[in-house]
Design a protein around this ligand. Sequence first.
Ligand code: HEM
Length: 275
Amino acid sequence: MPFERYSLDAFRGDPKKHPLIERGWERRQVITIIFALLFYSATAILLLGLAVRIRTYAKTPAPLKIPTTPAPTSKGGVVLRLLREVVLFKSLFKANKWIWLFGWVFHFALLIVLLRHLRYFTEPVWFWVAMMQDLAVYAGFAMVAGLIGLWVRRMVVPRVRYISAPSDHLMLVLIIGIGVSGLVMKYIMHTDIIALKAFFLGLMYFDWQPLPEDPVLLIHLGLVALLMIIFPFSKLLHAPGIFFSPTLNQVDNPREKRHLAEWAARLEASEGGGG
Ligand code: HEM
């Protein structure tokens, strides 16, 4: 691999000169093991949890035709409608311009931040990820600004404050914490990105490498792992959930085609034609 590996072999002559021994090898080993196990568990919980949730969504019957009208009358139209929702947040735009602004800025910036992060998990870095690095520098600020806007609204608009549960606040604080710790690393207290990348590639190829022990990095990664763990049990599931919303994903064709849920069809068949 093209990046530095902290192999003890490289210092066979005088192991005491190895940078890890000078900085406290044992503590670093313990931190590496804790975070390696944390990320394996968090990934397993995220993937399994999402698979179970999506399976439940897919199997939940939609007994009635309930697309929000005016609704598309063809499958192509439904695809376009979902695209407009996912990319532009169209119904939110119609409902509330402020929430739309903060929400859209946060989600779009998050996408750019995450794509930018792909450089930590790919070697060689894909050309388009490398190309977007400079362009995406301000995405971190936009992401945190959008989140703060959403949080302030939860606190100052009485109607929204009334319906906000503690978890709504905590989720925002968690993602703000990830964003702020990332920005601190980027602009104030830098970490060893090469060693960090070696750690994550090492996790992926089951060839563990030491994790830098900078406190801000450990906070950033700890919060990310926490987010991965709670994602399948939280309201953040709206990300995959929107695709299963019957009001959005149904074709408006009840006059052309009789809508019959699977379980209703079985019932009709067992009752000999129904009625
Ligand atoms: C295992 C996953 C992750 C790793 C290894 C990681 C690592 C890092 C590192 C090393 C930086 C500093 C970048 C630099 O100095 O140039 C950073 C910045 C940042 N991270 Fe993460 N991060 C992870 C996940 C996330 C997630 C899930 C989010 C958002 C929810 C996030 C949000 C940010 C932001 C906003 C910044 C500052 C702006 C930027 O550099 O793009 N990170 N991250």
